[in-house]
Design a protein around this ligand. Sequence first.
Ligand code: KG4
Ligand code: ZN
Length: 348
Amino acid sequence: MAQKKQVILGIESSCDETACALVNEKGDVLSSVVWSQYDEHRRFGGVVPEIAARAHLEKCDILIRECLDKASLDFKDLSAVSVAAGPGLIGGVLVGVMTAKAIAFAHNLPFIAVNHLEGHALVARLSNPVKFPYLLLLTSGGHCQILEVMGVGRYKKLGATIDDSAGEAFDKVAKMLDIGYPGGPNLEKRAKLGNPKAFSLPIPMKGRAGCDFSFSGLKTAVRFQIEKMGKLTDKQKNDMCASFQTAVVAQMQDRLEHALKVFKKDFPNAKDLVVGGGVAANGAVREMLEKVAVKHQMIFSAPPMKYCTDNGVMIAWAGLERLRLGLTDSLDFKARPRWPLEELDSKK
Ligand code: KG4
Ligand code: ZN
């Protein structure tokens, strides 16, 4: 008897993107919609949690309907519902979780509470033959970590930022330079036009033992330079973007070299180096990772650009990976504003 086709709905609402997607059992993306709340937050220069939560509430069910319509499917065709149940801004997370629970309850479907970071961590496997264990650079607006990924739900953190995340640093520097919101992509565009050697900026943590990151000193150094110069010309802004991005990438490379030593010792036969999270959309970061992989005879894999920043596909995919292992959750699951990856520990 032919097996019934599986279709999983993924819902994401943990920060400033309301997103959902439908993915089938083979990992085909049947539909995906992302609604970014840029206009809501632009005048504040950053995400306002209360505004984000209300915007998610307004959009969530509309986007789910849009997603189903695009795939010519209905709720009856779903086999499971997965949702980013944390970590994140709790108001938004609750909107997604309550919506997912309501759908699961009403249609008698398995419910899967996905850790948002696990979404970023696993989504490269959707389109690349990445095998466990792999070394992961997870770099987003909220996090910057290097992890050994041993399996679904099985993570060991080798290092993390001791202050800001890389994405936060990109966004804050973009704000200081007044180059528009969202910061990261705008800063990258300008960096391409600038001279990376124009400003001498520090590379925090470079040469230090371990795999931790730090970006706040770099950010402060940029601020001092800007204050010293007064009003910056367009060219100076581009040069600052290029110099800043180069310093970020240099730090990441240094930290990865340390992490690779540990990883190779722990898993001598493992071959995969993977990136995930919003900052993984950055071309200079990807280029550096490609070079590091070649140097260490590893294979570098990244998700397609559109699945680096927050999206529903990564939540549906992580949900599918969990569903395959029978890792579903009860409707009592409580949304978690804080939820480190190491606490998942599925033992599978
Ligand atoms: O993963 P994500 O969408 O949200 C979190 O989970 O935090 O990451 C958003 C972050 C923002 O800080 C944004 O500026 C950054 O990713 N980002 C980039 C680029 N695209 C997005 N940073 C640098 N270069 C980019 N091209
Ligand atoms: Zn994210």
